[in-house]
Structure formats: structure tokens, C-alpha cells
Ligand binder design. Structure first.
Ligand SMILES: Nc1ncnc2c1ncn2[C@@H]1O[C@H](COP(=O)(O)OP(=O)(O)OP(=O)(O)O)[C@@H](O)[C@H]1O
Length: 339
């Protein structure tokens, strides 16, 4: 099972520039979470802080008892081996075949024999649907294939936490839909904790168990998907609705005059009515059910009294229509303010 990632009071600046402050959230073990936010709000910086590649000046990131911010470099290095990273461009070596790219972490970090490496690499290549392309160079394949190769490479060390930075960038809608399914299938196969940074509204609507959003140097919210998908928080509703009306402007923050003009506009110009929640993707036929589903149901039902009414109705509807009846909250297990 994947490992829980606990982030407490994280604050990061570069010189005078504050990127975000006091970010607190927990990525539940084995669940899929998405981090949203307009460009430049520090999502990539957040991912890099989780693995200890960037050092926030305040706060902690706890993984299996190791604080990725303040622990000795040796402990951080060891804990980093629990992660699989998929970067925007696949971050492949251009002069190596896909096979050698995917084998690279095994050759670099383990003493496995080539026969064992071959078995692992070919298995991961099959998982991401690249069988037959293993001899090609990254420059000879499409962007979508390069991303899948990057994902295969992220998987070879059996990660318990997978971080994907904009896995959909540059993909057409159909390839993005395949990628969404691949991410859910992957979670069903290996039960890893996953965090995906994306701007893509289809991925946000169909893939994650949980969602968060960074805006104006804060974590606006983080919680079960239903909380964000029904949120009336202006910045969340604007982002998920893909609208111009709202606090997000072309240069991240709109000026006060534009916001005031929008507020004075007739309601019909900004209102779109309640949003539909589309069902979350399920694993492809033949794959096991995601183990996170049962754990998540228990976790969410335990906090059901604390979520806003619209989200509560959506959660109860989801679980009422799924195979088994909703699990009732356990007495005395309601959590604190975080979802
Ligand atoms: N190593 C660094 N040194 C100085 N500033 C940095 C560094 N890395 C990132 N930044 C700054 O941090 C801010 C957030 O960058 P980041 O790439 O995390 O945003 P993002 O939300 O991932 O954006 P996008 O969605 O466009 O990829 C930017 O202003 C960027 O210039």
C-alpha cells in the first residue's frame, strides 16, 4: 500500500518572492489526489518540496517518519527512493532507447542482474502500452508516448508515492482520456499514493479521490473531490468552470476595478447553476478494484458531518449508487478541521 504524506505549515520563498505559505494537507495512503492552480502558483515547487529537492523555510513533510525538509540529507535521499516521478516532458535521455531510459534507475540504484532488469522493464513497458516501441529513441516517438515512457520509468523502482507534473501537457483530448484511464489503472495495480499536478479539467473531474488548489500564495482548499466539485468558493468555481468571471485574471490576480465591475454585473452573466459531478473513472475490465476505494469511503464517511451540504449530498449520492451501501461514520472518529 502507498504511504501517507503529511504536510504541515509549509512555507516557501525564493528571496523576497513568497511562493506559498502555511500549506497543510495530508495525501491519504494509496489515494489519488490532484493539485490545481493557475500558472505560476507554485505547484511544481510544491512537488519538488515533497521530495526534498527544494527546501521550504518553514514546515514539515512527513513520510514514513522522515521529515523531507529538516532531516539529514542521507535520510532524505533514502526516503526519496519511495517516490516515482513523472515530469512534464518525460525527462528522457535523448540518446538512449526507451528501454535503456526505463532501465536507467534500476542500473543506477540497484545491483540487479540484466535478466531481472529486463523482466521489470518489459513488464512496465507493457503496463503503459509501449510494447514494440522499446528500441526507439525519444525523438522518434510522439509526445504522448514519451510521457508514457516517463511513467514507465517512474514505476521501475516500485514506488509507493507517485508524483506526476502536468502529465497531460501537450496531449490532445483523446490521448488525455487514455492517460486518465492509465493513471486509474496504475492505482488499481499498485495501490500507490498519487499526486497529479494538472490544469486539465477532465482529469480533475474524473481521476482523483481528492483535490486541492493553490492560489494567491495559499492552499485555498484540499479535500474529497466532491468538496471542490461543488464548491462555491469563487476561485475554485471559476477554475473548475473554466470561466473568465472570478478572481483569477490573465496575470493571476485581477485588479480591484475589474472585480468590482464583475460583481456589479447582472447575476445571469456569472451564474451557471449547480455543477454536475461526473462519475470517477473505474479500472479497466480485468483489473482489480482500487483498494483505496474502501479506505476512502470509510475515511470520507467519518468526516461527513464536517463537509459542506452540497458536497455531503454528492458523497451520499455517490455511495448510495455504488455497489455497497455507505459505511456509517464510526462514533468519535470525526477528524479536525482538515478534510
Ligand atoms: N529555482 C527557482 N528559483 C527561483 N524562482 C523559482 C524557482 N523555481 C520556481 N520559481 C518561481 O516560483 C514560481 C512558481 O513556479 P512553479 O513552476 O512552481 O509554478 P506552477 O504553478 O507549477 O506553474 P505552471 O502551471 O505554469 O507550470 C514562479 O514564479 C517561478 O518563477
Amino acid at each position: 500500500m502507498g504511504i501517507e504524506v503529511v504536510v504541515e505549515g509549509l512555507t516557501k520563498s525564493f528571496g523576497e518572492q513568497r511562493i506559498w505559505q502555511d500549506v497543510t494537507l495530508t495525501l491519504p495512503a494509496g489515494e489519488v489526489s490532484v493539485m490545481l492552480g493557475p500558472s505560476g502558483t507554485g505547484k511544481t515547487v510544491f512537488l519538488k518540496s515533497l521530495i526534498g529537492l527544494l527546501k521550504p523555510e518553514e514546515g514539515r513533510v512527513l513520510i514514513d517518519g522522515v521529515d523531507m525538509v529538516n532531516s539529514p540529507e542521507r535520510d532524505i535521499y533514502e526516503t526519496r527512493k519511495l517516490f516515482g516521478l513523472m515530469f512534464q516532458d518525460g525527462a528522457l535521455f535523448g540518446s538512449m532507447s526507451l528501454y535503456d531510459n526505463i532501465a536507467f534507475p534500476l542500473r543506477e540504484h540497484t545491483r540487479k542482474k540484466e535478466s531481472e532488469i529486463r523482466r521489470i522493464v518489459m513488464e512496465r513497458i507493457e503496463v503503459v502500452g509501449l510494447l514494440g516501441a522499446e528500441g526507439k529513441l525519444p525523438g522518434e516517438i510522439s509526445g504522448g508516448m514519451r510521457k508514457r515512457a516517463g511513467l514507465a520509468r517512474a514505476l521501475v523502482l516500485d514506488p509507493q508515492i507517485i508524483l506526476c507534473d502536468e502529465p497531460d501537457s501537450g496531449l490532445d483530448p483523446v490521448r488525455t482520456a487514455y492517460l486518465s484511464q492509465l493513471l486509474i489503472d496504475l492505482n488499481a495495480r499498485i495501490d500507490a499514493t498519487m499526486l497529479i499536478v494538472t490544469h486539465n479539467l477532465d482529469i480533475a473531474a474524473t481521476v482523483p479521490d481528492n483535490m486541492g488548489m493553490l492560489f494567491r500564495r495559499e492552499l485555498v482548499t484540499f479535500g474529497p473531490r466532491e468538496v471542490l466539485l461543488t464548491s462555491e468558493e469563487p476561485v475554485v468555481a471559476q477554475f473548475l468552470g473554466g470561466r473568465r468571471e472570478g478572481p483569477i485574471g490573465m496575470s493571476e490576480e485581477k485588479d480591484a476595478a475589474t472585480l468590482a465591475a464583475e460583481a456589479a454585473a447582472p447575476r445571469s452573466a456569472t451564474e451557471r447553476g449547480p455543477r454536475e459531478i461526473v462519475p470517477q473513472l473505474e479500472p479497466s475490465p480485468g483489473l482489480p478494484e482500487r483498494r483505496a476505494v474502501t479506505r476512502r469511503r470509510q475515511r470520507v464517511m467519518n468526516m461527513i458531518d464536517q463537509v459542506p451540504p452540497a458536497a455531503r449530498s454528492a458523497i451520499l449520492r455517490t455511495y448510495a449508487t455504488s455497489d455497497s451501501a455507505p459505511t456509517l461514520p464510526l462514533p468519535g472518529t470525526a477528524g479536525s478541521g482538515t478534510w
